[in-house]
Design a protein around this ligand. Sequence first.
Ligand code: BYC
Length: 342
Amino acid sequence: MAAVTADQTTQGTAGTTDDADAERLAAFDAAVAADDRIEPRDWMPDAYRASLIRQMAQHAHSEIIGMQPEANWITRAPSLRRKAILMAKVQDEAGHGLYLYSAAETLGASREELLDKLHAGRQRYSSIFNYPTLTWADVGAIGWLVDGAAITNQVPLCRCSYGPYARAMVRVCKEESFHQRQGYELLLALSRGTPAQHEMAQDAVNRWWWPSLMMFGPPDDSSAHSAQSMAWKIKRHSNDELRRRFVDICVPQAEALGLTLPDPDIRWNEELGQHDYGAIDWTEFQEVLKGNGPCNEQRLTQRRTAHEEGAWVRDAAAAYAEKHAARPGSAGAAAQPVEATA
Ligand code: BYC
């Protein structure tokens, strides 16, 4: 971004504070208008920084909490192939969390601070992960619908105005695309399997469809942050625009899967050139956000326990890094691997 850097602004670039603020803001607005990227060392309004931290933290938390419902099925995957695929997918989600926490660190929010807020219930994670995975078909439905919704939402985030977030999204979207296909392929196998398997796939789609639509957030007329986030080009499309795009993508895919979307009101709207869909139960969404979903308590408890039980790993990694940093001549250099001797 060819704007004013944070260093320049602290030294002062104009005669008065008001003039300096106006100049920085004008440079920031011009960069956003020109579709330039805002980078960590660039000056940015406090509210822009806070809103990015809010959204990126929620996104990072969703990735790591999102490991739980699927990890629930790793030990019960029906074949070695399915188990290996599922383990790789769940591991990818951990990686996505790490990219996002790192990207949030560039805004001055440490991973420890964000995790503390998650554990204290002061930051959100996606509503979708408060639903249970009752059968093996749920792994397929999550891949197809939840990862499908995530891609629909996240591909435009690759053009987000904040550089580190946008770049993290490029890799995340490539991996989500693999996740979506594995879910689709799993559901296809079940749908074409025995009548009981077909029924299991249909039941999973029935339970995950509506919560997947809720992932896009409240309707535009009650979305608190959309207008400002779109003006800052953090978000490129509104919640309802992306939700409708997702329905358009899913309708032909459901047909190809031989499964039915549980909404009798889905129909093609000639005028819009898109599908209409039925009413979403926003009361359920609000209840889940308030902590009253079927699994809210379980998810947070498990997350807190995993964090506490992992303390020794963090301590060991910190001690190892300290030991190597203290070695003569190693100032900041990465430890060299040592070849084992017989
Ligand atoms: N769940 O003004 P709005 C994944 C909150 S992980 C919970 O429209 P915004 C995966 C919202 O935070 C995918 N809360 O907000 C992982 C706000 O509350 P606060 C996760 C929600 O930010 C593992 C309030 O409602 N993806 O794919 O403009 C395995 C008002 O909403 C939700 C992301 O996080 C919700 N669904 O728009 C498999 C994508 N919706 O903060 C898969 C990045 C809204 O004022 N995030 N709220 O307390 C976004 O794109 C946006 O943050 C949202 C919401 C579209 C989600």
